[in-house]
Design a binder for this molecule. Structure first.
Ligand SMILES: [Zn+2]
Length: 140
């Protein structure tokens, strides 16, 4: 009974914390993120993918400052191109470790494997998870 009475306020606090952090996380991710050099992308990808146990996946990465999607409001993006094959594109403002970690987390956590999920789930669960990992290394 006592545990239950503590759990509820804690879950409310956790939810409030998550919601209050939500707008700040991309900024934290950007500010705390080490810049990458285009020449070292393959090496950085190799090192970061080890942390997420992505050995079975084929992941291509490229820096494209002129990419239409990555050049707009999106810093970077990942896409599934085939079974166990993914592309990551880093735009001119997304050439940093935070963006790389963010996109790798989407792949590692299987966000591309679910065909139909709502925008609510994307914005309030999947994106914050990837942002928390990029900013703090937390895995959910
Ligand atoms: Zn994302």
């Amino acid at each position: 009974m006592r545990t239950r009475s503590i759990k509820k306020p804690l879950s409310i606090l956790a939810t409030l914390f998550t919601l209050s952090m939500y707008p700040a996380i991309p900024a934290i991710r950007l500010m705390s993120s080490r810049p990458l050099s285009p020449e070292r992308l393959e090496q950085e990808l190799y090192e970061e993918r080890q942390k997420l146990s992505l050995e079975g996946k084929i992941i291509h990465i490229r820096y494209d400052p002129n990419d239409e999607m990555a050049n707009g409001s999106i810093l970077a993006y990942a896409q599934k191109i085939d079974e166990n094959k993914y592309n990551i594109v880093l735009g001119k403002n997304g050439l940093n470790v935070g963006s790389l970690r963010h996109e790798l987390y989407h792949i590692a956590d299987g966000h591309f494997e679910t065909k139909n999920y709502s925008l609510m789930k994307y914005y309030f669960i999947l994106e914050p998870q990837a942002n928390y990992y990029a900013a703090f290394g937390w895995k959910f």
